[in-house]
Design a protein around this ligand. Sequence first.
Ligand code: NOJ
Length: 600
Amino acid sequence: MSNPPVDSSGPSPAPWWSDAVVYQIYPRSFADGNGDGMGDLRGVVERLPYLAELGVDAIWLSPFYKSPQADAGYDVADYRQVDPLFGTLEDFDAMLADAHQRGLKVIVDLVPNHTSDEHIWFQEALASPPGSRERDRYMFRPGKDEVPGSGDGNRPPNNWKSIFGGPAWTRITEADGSPGEWYLHLFDTKQPDLNWENPEVQEEMRSVLRFWLDRGVDGFRVDVAHGMVKEAGLPDWEGAAAMVEGTEVHREPMQPGDAPGAHTDLEEPHRAVSPTYPPSPFFDQEGVHDIYRDWHRVLEGYGSDRMMVAEAWVEPAERLARYVRQDEMQQAFNFDFLLAGWDAERMSESIDASLAAAASVGAPCTWVLSNHDTVRHSTRFGLKDPTTFPKGIAATDEQPDAALGLARARAATLISLALPGSAYVYQGEELGLPEHTTLPAEARQDPTFFRTRGAETGRDGCRVPLPWAADQPGYGFAGSHSLTAAPPWLPQPESFGPHAADQQDGVSGSTLELYRAALAFRAGRRLGLGTFAWADSHAPESGVLAFHNGDVLVLANTGFASAPVPEGYSVALSSGLEPAADWSGMREVPVDCTVYLAKN
Ligand code: NOJ
């Protein structure tokens, strides 16, 4: 008698990214493997055991490609080379193999909206005449109302401003020395926008995708995913008037070994739609979706487990959901949740809207609280108004209440890790690192600081090299090289000492141990794939956020009075500083604390 046929038609397992916890590595600030003061790929390899032990599923590396570093690598001069600052392609391959061996997926950054002005294509465009094939790879235009051939076009083609401050257009000098065309750069002068109408640009970026897919990467974080296509005719935009006036000033990027202060050139969450202005002609245009459908097919050619995550600052949630339709990208960062601040009503609304929008297109939600462009949540939540979103914090600005900010950050993290979907963790948040809020102006590197003449402090404060060992120079940023290493590329504040990883490892109640415990709990209960429902005790108007994820009840208290633990439940994990031994007796959730509750 033959065996009955096996039914293998059951539901296929969810793809890995549906519930992945992704750890963002900002390579220049994660770990320095050669002692030159700059983080690098060897440094990443040395710390992979730490990441595996932390319990994350994947790492995303911000750009490490060849670049003059005018925007910390988001200005790519060669998409297929590793910048010597960070190592070599062989170092990348070794890092990828090691990560994979440890069960970690690897996502790399793709920067398709613009290249560096040092990219061979831009150099060729400068050396070629107007109207040439070389110029057509970028957005070159004559000046406004310029009479062809008259050379009188001394006004930029339209009124757009750079997201980093200052004009979005720069005029070039033609090869013969005459005043020439203008080129568009939504970001720094050194980041010319590509012309995505041009098939050569489209093919080149497909080829870049294949280059990294062939090496074995698991996915791409797509930079400015809402920006590549501009409205036909490049019309003026009413909203431009409200963008920060700025300057063309751009100093040289800092190199390892340079003293802080030798150099200088934010993007802030640049929203595609604002309540006051008509939709921007340079963000969230319909045409971007054709690009993602195309790339979806490229990735499909490599099987079903490669992914893309969109960095798209668009609202409302339904607009963002369009980026993760079934034939486009797999994930999009949920910045609405990041912007909700420490406020139960806003978080509650954001959770509802985000889950509904993602479900409408069958995509997983993502949860993000910090990244390399935003003030760390441990600091934002320590400000008088924990819903504000400063563009960097300087010594002369309001300084946060560090202890309050950290308590709220730990509590917010437990919320985000218990929600269904995928969560992103920005390097250092697992150490409870604060923003560096007193960096001297001469140490600053972020182009926004310079382009806005300091009106925006910029993003340097969240990019400070990590502290690994409290007693080592540079807080052990350079690992075994620390005693002889060059100082880290940005100075670290003294407050980093107690946050160093070696001070927290194995210490019950530390933020590092809280993250490890929360990630293990999340994995054990499969919360990322779980089913969400608001609980009876959910009362955002009183500051209490309460939801079920499967059998787990999550209760977060952002209010002013402690909240009771519902009957029949006991605390399985708390964001508070009390020892775990005290949890079993806990019947009240204190203010600024989140607990995971299990049924008795
Ligand atoms: C978004 C990146 O996250 C940011 O760091 C960068 O400056 C801009 N895009 C421009 O590439």
